[in-house]
Design a protein around this ligand. Structure first.
Ligand code: HEC
Length: 156
């Protein structure tokens, strides 16, 4: 079986390393989320609607909006909270202001770890899909375009 796969890959010029490197929710993002985000965004955290009703209280308890399933996480990437993951996790190099998002710090204890995990998130969201735009325009930031939405991968 492995031999067949190897021959197949060699024939078509696909590298097996490339296949292994595909970032998925179950293999990469979920374990990372459990280590770095679950404490504040897990099952005991409120859904975004509830969070917004009582933001002050939840912030004081270190509870952010709940994102403990694949669907609940994609909510903060595609719609309705378009680009929230990208704005909050970015290291500031993609944004015009140059300031890191306030969740970037939680990606790791060292700059090296933070960068590694940021790149994992970026690869998962999709090449060219790491955009800070919201569903609707705000200030001088235009709304997300269909073209940008098409680049979102978030493979399960
Ligand atoms: C120590 C607690 C804590 C940790 C750890 C944490 N967060 Fe948060 N997060 C919060 C709180 C509290 C808020 C809401 C306050 C705010 O908007 O800053 C928030 C807000 C967010 C938002 C904005 C949601 C929105 O409605 O726009 C996103 C996205 C987010 N976090 C993602 C993450 C990710 C991904 C991780 C893991 C890498 C993470 N957070 C780790 C506490 C945390």
């Amino acid at each position: 079986m492995l031999r067949t796969l190897f021959v197949f890959c060699a024939m078509f010029g696909v590298s097996t390393a490339g296949i292994a490197a595909e970032v998925t929710y179950t293999k990469d993002i979920r374990p990372l989320w459990e280590k770095k985000c679950a404490a504040c965004h897990g099952a005991s955290a409120p859904y975004l609607g509830d969070f917004k009703e009582n933001e002050k209280k939840f912030k004081a308890q270190f509870k952010g909006p709940r994102m403990d399933t694949y669907a609940d996480m994609v909510f903060f990437i595609g719609w309705p909270d378009t680009g929230a993951i990208m704005r909050r996790l970015d290291d500031g190099k993609s944004a015009a202001g140059g300031k890191p998002g306030n969740m970037y710090q939680y990606l790791g204890a060292t700059d090296e770890e933070r960068q590694k995990n940021l790149n994992l998130f970026k690869a998962w969201v999709g090449e060219g899909a790491w955009k800070s735009n919201r569903w609707e325009a705000r200030g001088n930031v235009p709304a997300i375009t269909k073209e940008d939405m098409d680049k979102i991968k978030v493979k399960y």
